[in-house]
Design a protein around this ligand. Structure first.
Ligand code: GLN
Length: 479
C-alpha cells in the first residue's frame, strides 16, 4: 500500500504549531520501514533511536517557543555515499562495509542546522556506479511500484524509500543520471542542481567533475524547499560556486506563458520506447496549452555522450578509488604476507565486478599511449556537448525530453550486459558533462501502471525556470 505524507510546508507548519509532532512523524516513518524495508531493501541503515531522540528534542524546543529551523522535525533519508558523522556510510560497497565517518557532509550539516533529522542511509549501486541499484554489496533494491522491477540507479534506495512512503524526502547524488533515473522509475521527483550549486564536501567522490547532490521528493515544491537549504557556497569544496541562491519557492508558480521550450530531436530518435514518447509528448502538449511555445532544437553531439561520459567518469573513478587500499579506510584482506599482496587482495575482495570494470577502463584510458586517443579526445567532445547546449539555449529557455529511453526493466534483465545498462543513460549524462541543472517529474495517464519520468533541463544556475516548468507539468500530470 502506498503511503503518502503531507507536503514539507504542511508538515513543517503542523510541527511548529504543535498540531502534529516530529516524534509522531518519525514513528510513522519507522512503522513504514518495519513493514516495507525487508522486501524492498531501500535502507542500508535505519537510525531509529537517534532519529526519535532528535525528534523529541525538537518537539521540546518548539514547546519552549524556540525556532529550530525551516525543516524543523522533518525526517530525511540520505544516500549512503554522503558522509554522516557517527553513522555507517558504506557507498554500497564491501570495502566500506564498516566505515563510520568522523564528520558530516556539508549538506548534512546544513540540513541538521535547519532542524531536519537523519532517518537512515539508503541503498545504492556500489560507489554510485550503475543505473539499477543491482550493483550493491547489500543486494538490490526493489521498485515500490512493482517489486519485480529495478528502482533505477544509482540512488535507487533514496527514490524507493520516498516512493514507498518510508520517508517524506531524501537526498541522492547524480553523476550521470543517478537522481533523475531512479526518480523516473519510482514515480517521484528528482533534481540534479547545476554543478557547483551544492557542496560536494563529504560526498564520497566518484567522478568529481560530474557529481552533484540533490533532492528526491514527491513534489516539485518539496524539491524547491530542500534546495533552498542545501545550496550555496562552501569553502570546503573548491568547485563550489559563489553564485547567489534565490528562494526557489518564490517563482515556482510563475507559469510557462511565453516560455520557449526546446524539444531536442536527438532525444526522440530511434530506441525510445513508444509509451515513454507518448507521455513526454502529452506533457509537452499540456505545457503548450498553458501558454508555452515549443521549438525544435538539435543537440548534435548526443550520439557521443555515452562514450564520452564512460571515458571521463571511469578515468576520474580510477583515480578517486585509489584511496581504498586497505590502509586508510575500511576493509583489509586477511592472511596476506606482503604489502603488495595486501593491496591486491583487499581491492580484489573489497570491490564488486562493476567497480573493478570501471577502475580498469579508467586506468586504461589514462595510461601512457592511450591518454590522447581516449581521455583527451573525450574532454574535447565534452566541450562540443557543452557548446550544443549553449547554442540550444539561444533558441529556447529550457529543454524537455524523456529521462530514460525505456520503462523500468526487470531485476536481473541487464545484469550481464553492461553496455545495454550504459545505454540507458543516454538522456541524462550530457547534462552532467555540461554541468547543467535537470529534473525528472512523473507523468502518467489514468490506467498506466507506472508513470514516465519527464525531464526538464535549463541553463546553468537557472534551477528557478526548471522548477517552474516542472511545477506546471506536475499540476497537469495525472498520476
Ligand atoms: N549510470 C551512470 C553510471 O553508472 C550514472 C551513475 C550516477 O549518476 N552516479 O555511471
Amino acid at each position: 500500500m502506498k503511503h503518502t505524507y503531507p507536503s514539507l510546508a504542511t508538515l513543517g507548519r503542523e510541527i511548529k504549531t504543535q498540531t502534529n509532532s516530529s516524534a509522531a512523524l518519525v514513528e510513522e516513518c519507522l512503522k513504514q520501514v518495519l513493514e516495507k524495508n525487508g522486501p524492498m531493501n531501500g535502507f542500508i541503515t535505519v537510525c531509529s533511536d537517534e532519529a526519535l531522540a532528535r525528534a523529541e528534542e525538537i518537539d521540546a524546543a518548539i514547546a519552549q517557543g524556540k525556532d529550530p529551523g525551516s525543516l524543523a522535525g522533518i525526517p530525511i533519508a540520505i544516500k549512503d555515499n554522503i558522509s554522516t558523522k557517527g553513522i555507517l556510510t558504506t557507498c554500497g560497497s564491501k570495502i566500506l562495509e564498516n566505515y563510520v565517518p568522523i564528520f558530516d557532509a556539508t549538506v548534512v550539516q546544513k540540513l541538521t542546522a535547519a532542524g531536519a533529522i537523519v532517518l537512515g542511509k539508503t541503498n545504492m549501486d556500489e560507489f554510485a556506479m550503475g543505473s539499477s541499484t543491482e550493483n550493491s554489496f547489500f543486494g538490490p533494491t526493489r521498485n515500490p511500484l512493482d517489486p519485480e522491477k529495478i528502482p533505477g540507479g544509482s540512488s535507487g534506495g533514496s527514490a524507493a524509500v520516498v516512493g514507498a512512503g518510508m520517508a517524506p524526502v531524501a537526498l541522492g547524488s547524480d553523476t550521470g543520471g543517478s537522481i533523475r533515473q531512479p526518480a523516473a522509475c519510482c514515480g517521484v521527483v528528482g533534481i540534479k542542481p547545476t554543478y557547483g550549486r551544492v557542496s560536494r564536501y563529504g560526498l564520497v567522490a566518484y567522478g568529481s567533475s560530474l557529481d552533484q547532490i540533490g533532492p528526491i521528493t514527491t513534489s516539485v515544491e518539496d524539491a524547491a524547499l530542500l534546495l533552498n537549504v542545501i545550496c550555496g557556497f562552501d569553502e570546503m569544496d573548491a568547485t563550489s560556486s559563489p553564485e547567489p541562491v534565490p528562494d526557489f519557492t518564490a517563482t515556482l508558480n510563475k507559469g510557462v506563458e511565453g516560455l520557449r521550450i526546446g524539444l531536442p530531436r536527438e532525444y526522440f530518435a530511434q530506441g525510445l520506447d513508444e509509451t515513454v514518447r507518448a507521455r513526454v509528448m502529452e506533457a509537452v502538449d499540456n505545457l503548450k496549452a498553458a501558454g508555452a511555445q515549443v521549438v525544435d532544437i538539435s543537440l548534435p553531439h548526443t550520439e557521443y555522450a555515452v562514450a564520452t561520459y564512460y571515458i571521463i567518469a571511469t578515468a576520474e573513478a580510477s583515480s578517486n578509488l585509489a584511496r581504498y587500499d586497505g590502509v586508510k579506510f575500511g576493509f583489509r584482506a586477511k592472511d596476506v604476507s606482503t604489502l603488495k599482496e595486501m593491496y591486491r587482495e583487499t581491492r580484489s575482495q573489497g570491490f564488486g565486478a562493476e567497480v573493478k570494470r570501471r577502475i580498469m577502463l579508467g586506468t586504461y584510458v589514462l595510461s601512457a599511449g592511450y591518454y590522447d586517443a581516449y581521455y583527451k579526445k573525450a574532454q574535447q567532445v565534452r566541450t562540443l556537448i557543452t557548446e550544443d547546449f549553449t547554442k540550444a539555449f539561444s533558441q529556447c529557455d529550457c529543454i524537455v525530453g524523456p529521462a530514460m529511453p525505456t520503462m523500468p526493466f526487470n531485476i536481473g534483465e541487464k545484469a550481464n550486459d553492461p553496455l545495454a545498462m550504459y545505454l540507458s543513460d543516454i538522456y541524462t549524462i550530457s547534462l552532467n558533462l555540461a554541468g547543467l541543472p535537470g529534473i525528472s517529474v512523473p507523468f502518467a495517464r489514468e490506467g498506466d501502471s507506472m508513470p514516465v519520468g519527464v525531464q526538464v533541463f535549463g541553463r546553468a544556475f537557472d534551477e528557478a525556470t526548471v522548477l517552474a516548468v516542472a511545477q506546471a507539468m506536475e499540476s497537469s500530470a495525472n498520476p
